[in-house]
Design a protein around this ligand. Structure first.
Ligand SMILES: [Fe+2]
Length: 468
């Protein structure tokens, strides 16, 4: 800071602080202000040392206050974490990127075209990678989302904006040094226009997200027993996506589909949706209509496209026995195969008034039993791996529970003693009402106590696809 041009210092200080009042929120939840353009320009004009000082002063007097105001509804611990993180990540990013710029410039490439692009490009790249890496680290620490997956997601969502801001910053520096500071001051509205452009895109996306969330709430209001089902399905879908390393863009599409996958149930009668017993053929057909009905509803909304086939086919089976179109194998979109596993796992592990929640061991055993016939085996194993990472190894359950089948040829025939022995019998993945039906049908049967060998002989076949 020895021979600093104080006039320039104050000028760029104002430009650095000003955009902080107009940050944009990216769909991924990241706040980004156009101040990167000013930071980049100040590195070029003032050098890395003065640029770091400007960032320190801005964060102390403007950024921290603004972050706390932005997050006024958040817990204090989160706010302090956000302020401390922002402070350090800006200082590190500007400092290191500035040093890289200085070293590259001193290597003799300054202002001789096209060599001057080398320090500019290196500076922007280093800033981008540091910024992305530090943000992903913060999210990893805070939300336990894998670093690489998060870094990729953040990098993709910010890359284009970063390039635009880097060009704007370089242009501002050139105008300041070669033309006049006044031209830069007059160009400020241009920077704000970039911000407005970002914000418009974000607003459109945000209103889409809000309408999706509203649609999901409408579905849950229809069937109170499935409260928060959509959100849990998104969570399980997310776990599978990370394990399968599905691309960010496709992953976002699948999660949007997961949020509204049962929107077609809006047209199903409440009494059918909440019926605790076995469904009549008519009722079952009405429930089976929901994937196609959901796809039709989404087709009327301009913001949906790739989500539609995922919603339509989330009840297809790998062996072609599903609905509505009886697709088989890879004819079923990948997103629908992933969604089917997440949906079935939540249906099995959530309690209903007529059945207790199954343990994750039982649910996993059932998913594995149906793997390759009903469910995509890669998606099943991906969910199992993710569940194990989160909650420790999954033990094996008595496979009898998962294999109680074949023997009850028509529904209601004697299922003598096994029900008493296995109250939480797993009967059919995704068949959320089957246990209740079984309980009702067997209510007057006496529970028995079978020997282990005998139990292995007892097999119950519940009609598959009865109510999924
Ligand atoms: Fe469904």
């Amino acid at each position: 800071m020895g021979d600093v041009d104080w006039q320039a210092f104050v000028f760029w200080g104002i430009l650095l602080a000003f955009p902080e009042f107009f940050p944009s929120r990216f769909p991924s939840g990241i706040w980004l202000s156009v101040s990167f353009a000013a930071e980049y320009a100040s590195i070029i004009v003032l050098g890395p040392g003065a640029a770091v000082w400007l960032v320190v002063l801005r964060e102390l007097f403007v950024g921290s206050v603004h972050q706390l105001w932005l997050r006024k509804g958040y817990r204090t611990r989160d706010s302090v974490f956000a302020v401390a993180f922002n402070f350090s990540q800006f200082v590190v990013s500007v400092g290191v990127a500035g040093l890289v710029f200085q070293i590259a410039q001193e290597a003799g490439s300054a202002y001789s075209f096209p060599k001057f692009l080398i320090p500019l490009g290196l500076c922007a790249l280093v800033y981008f990678f540091l910024n992305t890496g530090l943000l992903a680290t913060a999210v990893r620490l805070h939300e336990r989302i894998p670093f690489l997956w998060q870094a990729w997601a953040i990098g993709r969502s910010m890359a284009l904006g970063h390039v635009v801001l880097a060009i704007a910053g370089a242009a501002a520096a050139w105008l300041y040094l070669e033309v006049s500071p006044w031209v830069v001051a007059l160009a400020l509205p241009f920077l704000l226009l970039i911000r407005v452009h970002f914000q418009d895109k974000v607003e459109v996306r945000r209103s889409e997200e809000e309408s999706l969330a509203l649609m999901a709430k409408l579905i849950e209001a229809k069937d109170r027993y499935t409260e928060k089902h959509s959100q849990r399905v998104i969570d399980y879908t997310n776990m599978i996506l990370r394990e399968l390393r599905v691309s960010y863009r496709l992953g976002e599409t699948i999660k949007r589909a997961a949020l509204v996958h049962d929107i077609g149930k809006i047209g199903t009668r409440d009494a059918t949706l909440t019926k605790p017993g076995w469904l009549t053929t008519e009722e079952y057909e009405a429930v089976k209509a929901h994937p196609a009905a959901g796809a039709e509803i989404l087709a009327k909304k301009a913001s949906f496209g790739k989500e539609i086939p995922i919603v339509r086919h989330h009840h297809e089976s790998l062996d072609g026995s599903g609905y509505p179109d009886g697709l088989a194998g890879t004819e079923i979109p990948l997103g629908a195969r992933i969604l089917a596993v997440a949906d079935a796992y939540d249906a099995m592990t959530s309690p209903r008034p007529y059945k207790p929640a199954r343990s994750r061991e039982e649910a996993v055993a059932e998913l594995r039993r149906c793997s390759g016939t009903q469910f995509d085996s890669e998606a099943v194993e991906a969910l199992v791996r993710a569940l194990e990472k989160e909650g420790g190894p999954i033990g094996t359950v008595s496979m009898l529970r998962a294999r109680v089948r074949a023997g009850l040829e028509t529904w209601g025939i004697s299922v003598p003693r096994c029900f008493g022995a296995y109250k939480t019998m797993v009967v059919c993945a995704g068949c959320e009402f089957a246990d209740g039906c079984l309980k009702e049908t067997l209510a007057d049967q006496k529970p028995g106590s079978l020997e282990e060998e005998e139990e292995e002989e007892v097999r119950v076949d519940v009609p598959t696809g009865s109510r999924r």
